[in-house]
Write a protein of this length. Structure first.
Length: 111
């Protein structure tokens, strides 16, 4: 939540006085959890096909997914929606960091 205020400002989401988004819903969290399972499944498949040998290699390959697959897609969507580029940087950084952690965890706990 380090960048939550900057993210809220870039999205234009209205907030109440304490700073929480108005009209919040649990749906984005449910959809996010489902999406992360899909990303983790595909990441595991890619790691298996690519022969990623170690947690260190996974920590190198994981962020590649976030940086070179997910972040460009975020950029395309934000550009078409005329969102601030700062939003692309914030969301792209979260995607890259998340994929790095996901790759590491997948490799550490592979069965």
């Amino acid at each position: 939540m380090t960048l939550s205020k900057a993210w809220l400002a870039a999205t234009g989401i209205e907030c109440d006085e304490p700073g929480k988004p108005k009209g919040g819903s649990p749906l984005p969290f449910v959809l996010s959890a489902e999406a992360m399972l899909l990303v983790a499944g595909m990441t595991r498949h890619i790691f298996g096909m690519g022969g990623i040998p170690s947690p260190g290699a996974a920590l190198g390959a994981g962020p590649g997914s976030g940086l070179f697959f997910i972040s460009p897609w975020i950029m395309i969507n934000n550009a078409c929606e005329m969102r601030p580029f700062r939003l692309t940087l914030i969301n792209g950084a979260y995607a890259t960091f998340g994929c790095a952690l996901m790759g590491l965890v997948l490799k550490l706990f592979q069965g």
